[in-house]
Design a protein around this ligand. Structure first.
Ligand SMILES: [Zn+2]
Length: 281
């Protein structure tokens, strides 16, 4: 990696310093590392740092780690903190094993199916990084799923389902007053009474596309909102449909944040590099 000139992304900083993106943010919070540039995306922003400042930090990392450990010891108690660190290291090792086994298994699959599975594996980890605070990654996720639609099909194990989630209702002033007088939250009011003709409605706001990749022993599942992906399809009517459960409309509970062990086994820098190479960047 080139350490001269250019600013470095948080993913690259993490790679060089051997820490997770959440620890990079911690360095910023603690005033150890200064943000040089922020790049805005539809969701979130990506932080950039001066590469020579990052290089200067490298010899200080053992000392910073010791400081973080003693803070963790104070917070959790020394015994519990030590146990947690051993547990994290074990999980990182186990996850590295899973990654190796997964990538090895692809050698026995047809080339194109292997390509889709490999991208799916890193996209799965991107999702967890995005949930863990790196929201700007959703931009890259969109590009990858768009390529899924244009370049792959059921032959490689890709299956796309349209999940009807219904419209979003923005209550008008009159309905908001009614909800308040009934002692109901706006969400409760909408579920029980719906909106009136004056309320603003956005069709298919809660609808989704579900991407399933199932091939051999592997399976992945991804979701993307209707309003983002609808333009990728020439003929929406051809897609199979499913209806989403009512009443859950305000929450999209998919995915979980990345764990420490997982983040060490599959670094953010690797995830970004792999997916950009999949896109041909
Ligand atoms: Zn209304």
């Amino acid at each position: 990696m080139d350490l001269s000139g250019k600013n470095m992304s948080a993913a690259e900083v993490g790679e060089i310093l051997g820490i997770t993106p959440s620890s990079v943010r911690r360095l910023v919070r603690e005033g150890v590392l200064e943000v040089k540039e922020t790049k805005r995306y539809k969701a979130g922003e990506e932080l950039y740092f001066d590469s020579s400042a990052v290089k200067d930090l490298l010899p200080r990392m053992p000392e910073l780690r010791r400081k973080w450990h003693s803070e963790e010891n104070r917070r959790l108690g020394a015994r519990k903190a030590a146990f947690k660190r051993v547990d994290d290291a074990g999980k990182a090792l186990r996850h590295t094993g899973i990654k190796k086994k997964f990538l090895f298994s692809l050698e026995f699959y047809p080339e194109k199916a292997a390509l889709l599975l490999r991208a799916s594996f890193f996209l799965y980890h991107l999702n967890h990084y995005a949930k863990g605070g790196e929201e700007y990654l959703y931009d890259l996720k969109e590009k990858v799923l768009k390529k899924f639609v244009s370049d792959f099909s059921a032959v490689e194990g890709l299956d796309i389902v349209f999940i009807e989630g219904g419209q979003k209702v923005l209550l008008c002033a009159g309905c908001r007053v009614k909800a308040q007088s009934m002692g109901l939250s706006y969400l409760k009011y909408k579920i029980n009474h719906g909106g009136c003709p004056q309320c603003r409605k956005e069709e298919d706001y809660y609808s989704l596309f579900e991407f399933r990749v199932v091939y051999g022993e592997h399976r992945f599942c991804f979701h993307t909102p209707y309003y983002i992906a609808r333009k990728w399809f020439e003929n929406m009517a051809e897609l199979p449909k499913k209806v989403r459960e009512k009443g859950k409309e305000e929450a999209l509970p998919f995915g979980r944040p990345i764990s420490e062990g997982e983040a060490r086994a599959v670094t953010l820098e690797e995830v970004i590099r792999e997916l950009k190479s999949f896109l041909g960047d």
